[in-house]
Structures are given as structure tokens and as C-alpha cells.
Write a protein that binds this ligand. Sequence first.
Ligand code: NDP
Ligand code: OXD
Length: 310
Amino acid sequence: MTTCALFTSYESTEPWLLEFNRQFPHLNVQDWQHIADPQQVKYGIVWKPTEAFFKRFPNLNTMFNMGAGVDAILNNPAVPKHIDIYRIEDGGMAAQMNQYFSYFLLHYFRDMDLYQQQQPQKQWRVQPFRSASSFSVGILGLGQLGAQLAQHLQSFGFDITGWSRSKKQLDGVTSYTGAEELKPFLKRTDALCCLLPLTPDTQGILNHQNMSQLPKGAVVINAGRGKHLVVDDLLKLLDENHLRGAVLDVFEQEPLPAEHKLWQHPKVMMTPHSSAQSEYAPCVKKIGNILQAIADSKTPSGLVDRNRGY
Ligand code: NDP
Ligand code: OXD
């Protein structure tokens, strides 16, 4: 029987174990601390595993990251280099990202920030009409989450573009690729949505040089990783009124320290890394199906390319 060791750093393993048992009763998924014979364990199902986990299971050869982003696991020196890492593709997160970005994009597109400022002044003033097709939403990263967001946002009639490493053929989406197409992409983007993985190539991509290419009055929404953003560059562009506002879900240090200046900034809206969470049922289904594919000697998708960093 396949034994899998389950490790979670932020919550009880119980709901995951129940879901594995419900969907895949033939798999022996156990809390990592309760496994009687750690030597025979080859599979780990983890979120931010500690060194103790790898010490306990010296014969691991495959790991499932219980989230989409693998930056933490790839940067964890305790993770042996020979282990195959699979990540969660979608796992219920795409629908949540669609809700999250829709909410904030409509906030700005329908001038809710301006009406919020008008209300305490008792100002009855209708902001000028703007057609949805003139509002350009640019998505950094057209992967599992970004591509589904690009499709979803079309129902609002926005002009949708995306930037990725490889060219995409997505209905209604203008695809930009590579460093040379970043500038033209940014120049036409009114709302920049970041859904990139954090890699050496993407770290700090939301910097002054790039964000100042956005048209005056643009907004930035970052749900990728905190290290994509250079916070001081963002604050400068907001304070100079080049940018209209920003929404941040992810931060270099999480939880964001109480003394951080971002908490107080009037043009910044923040959420505590809550834009999309791994959902038990779809994530367990993905992991179970990958284990089955491995057992059948098939090549499942979701294998992380360590050289690319995602
Ligand atoms: P994918 O790996 O499916 O997609 C990544 C996309 O980024 C791809 O389109 C890829 O291009 C593009 N990309 C990567 N590197 C570059 C580069 N150097 N230049 C241009 N494009 C690049 O990831 P997901 O969509 O599943 O997730 C994206 C990220 O979202 C995660 O890594 C994580 O950081 C974040 N996330 C945040 C959550 C939150 O709660 N805040 C929840 C879930 C995810 P190509 O297609 O050509 O390979
Ligand atoms: C993820 C996340 O990467 O929750 O899945 O950020």
C-alpha cells in the first residue's frame, strides 16, 4: 500500500486526512508524526515542511506542494534536490482569484474609491462614464490562474491582455511575452494584475522602472508574492499620483508587521494572503489522480521544473 506522510504548517492535518480517506480510501495518507515506519515512506504531501520532516523520511522521492506557489519549497535548503515536486494546479483557487480580482477591478473601474472620498464631503457628483472596452486589464502570468482570470474578466467587457514567458492563444486575450514585450504591455495597462510565480526572474518586477510605464491613474493588484513588489517604489508612485491605488494580498513578511507603513496608506487596500486558498476536495482529487498516474507510469501534469523555478 502507498503510504503518504502529510505535513501542514498552518492548520490541523485532520480535514485533509478525512478528505483523502473519503476520496481515496485505498491510499494510506497519515499525519507525518503518526507514521510507524518512516523508512518506507516515499510520498510527502506538504505545505512549508520543516527540516524535521525530511530527517524523519529519508526515502522520500516525491512531494506534493499543497499550494500553487513553490517558491518557499524551492528555497528551503532542507528539501533534498532529487525529490520530484508536484504543485496544485487550480485546486479551487482559480474561481476564488476570479472573484478577488473582479471585486477590486470593479471597485476602480466604477470609481468606488472616488465615491468613498466624496461621501464624507456630502458631494453629489457623478464621475464621467467610461466604457469597459476602454479599460485595459493586464495580467502578469497567464498560467493556471492568470489564464482563467483572463477568460473570466471578458464578461465585463474589459480589454484583456496578458504577459507570460511563452505566447498564448487565448480567445479575446492579447498575449505579450518576454522582456522586450513587457514595456508595450505595461504602457497600455490601466489595471495591472500580478499572478506570477516568484522566481529569480520575476522578483522585484513591480518596481519603479516598470510601474512608471503604466499610464497615469493606473492601479496595481498583487496576489503573486510579496517579493514581486518593491514597496518603496509603489509608495513613491502613489504619492506622486502617478498610480491611483494598489491592492496587496501578499507581502515580503507575513503577517505584515504592525508598524509597517502600508497599513496606514490611504491608497492601499490590503488582504492577509487570502485571495485564494487551497480547497480540500479539488486539491485532494488532484493529488490522488497524480499518484494514480505515477502508479500507471503516466506523466502527470503539475511537475515543478526546478530550473525554471515554477
Ligand atoms: P503557473 O505556473 O500555472 O503560471 C505562471 C505563469 O507565469 C505562466 O504563464 C508563466 O509563463 C508566467 N511566467 C513565469 N515566469 C515568467 C517570466 N520570467 N516572464 C514572463 N512570464 C512568466 O502558476 P499559477 O497560475 O498556478 O500560480 C501563479 C502564482 O500565483 C503562484 O506561483 C503563487 O505565487 C500565486 N498564488 C497566490 C495565491 C494567494 O493566495 N495570494 C494563491 C495561489 C497562487 P508560461 O505560461 O509561458 O510558462
Ligand atoms: C499558494 C498560495 O501558492 O496560497 O497556493 O499562496
